[in-house]
Design a protein around this ligand. Sequence first.
Ligand code: S2G
Ligand code: ZN
Length: 491
Amino acid sequence: VQSNSTSATADTVTADLSDRLARIVGDKHLITGGVRLRPHLEELRGRYTSACRAVALPADAGEVAAVVQTCAAAGVSIVAQGGNTGAMGGAVARAEQVIVNLARMNRVLEVDPVNYTMRVEAGCILANVQAAAADAGRLFPLSLGAQGSCQIGGNLATNAGGINVLRYGNTRDLVLGVQAVLADGRIWDGMNSLRKNNTGYDLKNLLIGSEGTLGIITAATLKLFPAPKRRVVAVAGVASPDAALDLLGRLRDASSDRLSTFELMANIAVQSAVRHIAGQTDPLAGEHDWYALIVADGTVDGDGDAGAGLRRDMEAGLARALDDGVLRDAVIAESESQARKLILLRENIVEAQNFEGGSIKHDVSVPVAQVPEFIRRVHAAILDAMPAARAYPYGHMGDGNIHFNISQPPGMDKEKFLAQWRPMNRIVHEIAHQLGGSFSAEHGIGLTKLEEMARYKSAVELDLYRQIKRALDPHNLLNPGKVLPAASASR
Ligand code: S2G
Ligand code: ZN
C-alpha cells in the first residue's frame, strides 16, 4: 500500500505541479510529453539521456520567478535551458525535474549605439543579437559555431568563448549587467549599463559561468563595439604549431593588434572538411601540415581609409613571414564571399569530425606560448596509449584554447573507442595541467567535468564554491549536480 501511495503521491505532485505551472505560463507553454518534448531532452554529444516532469516556457522574468517559487514550494528542482547546444551536459535533466526554457523571452529590449550597449532577454538567439547590433552600425563580437541556435542566456551561463576571444575576450568581458531570478524566486535586477560601477561584489560575474546553479539569467546588458568597416581574412599554411605561434606574434605586431581571430587547424581536419563538406575546398595550392585562419578587423585606419591600410599591413606581415620561412603559403580573401568561405572552413572541420567515426573531445587551454609544446606532448602521449588513434587538433590558438580531439582508429569499434573517453581525457588534462593550463577553456563543466573539478581545483576553491552555492541556493533547487562535484568525490 505504502509504495502505491508513494507513487500516487508522486503522480499527484506532478499533476498538481503541472496544473500550477500551466496557470503561470499558459497551457500551451507547458510541455509534459509528446514530440514537443524531444528537442529539450536531446544532448549535443549523445553522451547523456535526459528526462523531465515538464518543460515550462515562461514569457518574462516575472513568470520565471513564479515558476521557481512554485517548484521550490513543491521541492522540485529546476534545470534552466536555452538553445540546448551545450557540450558538457549542463542542461541535461532528470525525470523528477522541471526544465525552464527561456526561448520565449527573446526580445531585444534596446540598442544604444551612442552608449555602445544593448539590452537583451536571455532567450535571444546569438545570431539575432549580432544582427540587431549590426543594424545599429555596431558589433557584438561573441561568435561561435552554434550561434544560429544558441541563446545569449546560455552563452552567459557558460561564459562562452568562440573565435573572437583574442581581441574581444570571452562572454564575461562582453557583459555589463545581468538580470536573474534567484533560487528563492526573487528577481535581481543588475542591468547595469555603466562602464564603471564600483559598488559591492561582482554578482554579475558570479552568475556568468555558473551554468544555472546560482540563478537563472533572464536578461543582460551587453557591450557593443564599432562595426568593422572592413576585415582582412587570410589562411596560411605552416609547417608546425611553433611556426603558427611565430606567425601569430608577427601579425599581431603588423596589424597594430587588430587581429580578432587566430585559429589553428591540423591538416587532417582541413582535408576531412574538404572531403566531407559540400563546397569546401583547400584554400591553398598544396596540402600543409597546419593551417591558420586569421581575421583582422579594422574600423578606421590611421590613413582614414577604412581597411585599406589594414590590408597593406597584413600583406606586409604575411610577406615577411614568407620571406623568413615562417609560412609556406597564404591566401587573403579578395571578397567578402571568399572571406566567409575561409571562415566557414573553420566551422566545417567541426562537422567533418562526425564523418571520421567516434571523436573524443577536449576543450583545454594553456598559456599561448605553450601551445606547440602542449600539442607535441599530447600527440606523443595519445599515440603511446592508442597507436592507431588519429589526432584531430584544432582551435583558438590566439587565446591558447586547443580542441585536441581524437578520431577513432579506422576499423575500431566506435563504442569500444568512445569507452576510452575518460582515460584519454585524463592524459590530455594532465598535460594541460602540467603546462599551467585548464581542463575547461570555454565549454564549462556541466556533468562531464565533475571529476576534473575534484581533481584539479584546490580544496579552498571547492570549499568556497560550496559556500557560495549554499548561500545562494540552500535547498539545491537550481541545476543540482552540475559544475560542483559531490563533497565526497575523492581528489
Ligand atoms: C569549436 C565547438 C564545439 C565542439 O569548434 O571551437 O568549441 O563540439 C568548438 O567542439
Ligand atoms: Zn571552441
